[in-house]
Write a protein that binds this ligand. Structure first.
Ligand SMILES: C[S@@+](CC[C@H](N)C(=O)[O-])C[C@H]1O[C@@H](n2cnc3c(N)ncnc32)[C@H](O)[C@@H]1O
Length: 240
């Protein structure tokens, strides 16, 4: 059987799937350190000690649409609570196919695999996030699938995934609206759904049922407070 070099395989995947380029991996390595996640110490991720240093390295230009902080380089309060929840309730993921939407570092997808998921897809449109997810999965000796396309206008069904999770995504109105609509459609199609949120501006509480909550330590530099109560929700649908 002919052997394909890992570099050739990567190039082929990169060309067909728009996977991150080598510059994205180098930027993640150069700008962050492998650190344990405070609420989830069984997972380590490449995380920034200073958001603004990372941003200087990874920003692509002066585009006003670029995020104000490199989202992949922190375990956000929502992601931490969700990862903790899955590890403490492995029955939610054991043997199941999980989609981690707007995955950032990939923390929640990695926690799902550690808790016994059959597979986990980390989806995020930021190529630096995709590079970080792959490196973080390796650092935690697990494998996750990485998807970079914007899938928020799609509908996923129980043929594709058993559980969709999303951590800390309600910080922009347009993103929140698209994401909540995606999660509702998934639930209406038989997929279990969990959303974790530390009280962001656009969280539509009236459309959600509370499942659990966690106290998550945060930094003054990033959040302006030293902790955030973070709640795990599931959308209410017309089927409920
Ligand atoms: C605040 S971060 C949360 C990351 C992670 N879930 C956590 O809790 O640590 C939000 C993420 O949403 C991603 N994002 C924004 N728009 C997206 C879209 N249309 N599809 C997928 N991800 C998106 C950003 O790139 C960013 O990584």
């Amino acid at each position: 059987m002919p052997s394909v070099s890992p570099i050739a395989r990567h190039c082929a995947r990169a060309a067909s799937d728009q996977l991150p380029g080598v510059e994205h991996y180098i930027a993640v390595c150069a700008s962050s350190k492998l650190l344990p996640v405070p609420l989830v110490p069984e997972v380590t991720i490449y995380a920034a000690e200073n958001a603004y240093d990372v941003w200087e390295i990874t920003r692509l230009g002066d585009d006003a649409d670029e995020p104000p902080v490199p989202y992949w380089s922190f375990p956000w309060a929502g992601g931490q609570a969700l990862a903790r929840h899955l590890l403490d309730h492995p029955e939610l993921v054991r043997g199941r196919r999980v989609l981690d939407l707007a995955a950032g570092s990939g923390l929640v997808a990695i926690a799902a695999m550690k808790a016994g998921a059959r597979s986990a897809v980390a989806n995020d449109v930021d190529p630096f996030a995709a590079a970080a997810q792959e490196m973080n999965a390796r650092a935690n000796e697990t494998t996750i699938e990485i998807s970079q396309r914007d899938m928020l206008d799609e509908t996923v069904t129980a043929n594709q995934f058993d559980l969709v999770v999303a951590g800390d995504v309600c910080y922009e109105r347009r993103l929140t609206d698209r994401l909540i609509a995606f999660l509702r459609r998934a639930k209406e199609n038989g997929v279990d759904v969990l959303l974790a949120d530390p009280g962001r501006a656009y969280l539509p509480r009236h459309q959600l049922d509370e499942i659990a909550s966690y106290d998550v330590a945060t930094t003054l530099a990033l959040e302006g407070v030293e902790g955030k109560r973070t709640t795990i929700w599931t959308p209410v649908t017309d089927c409920d």
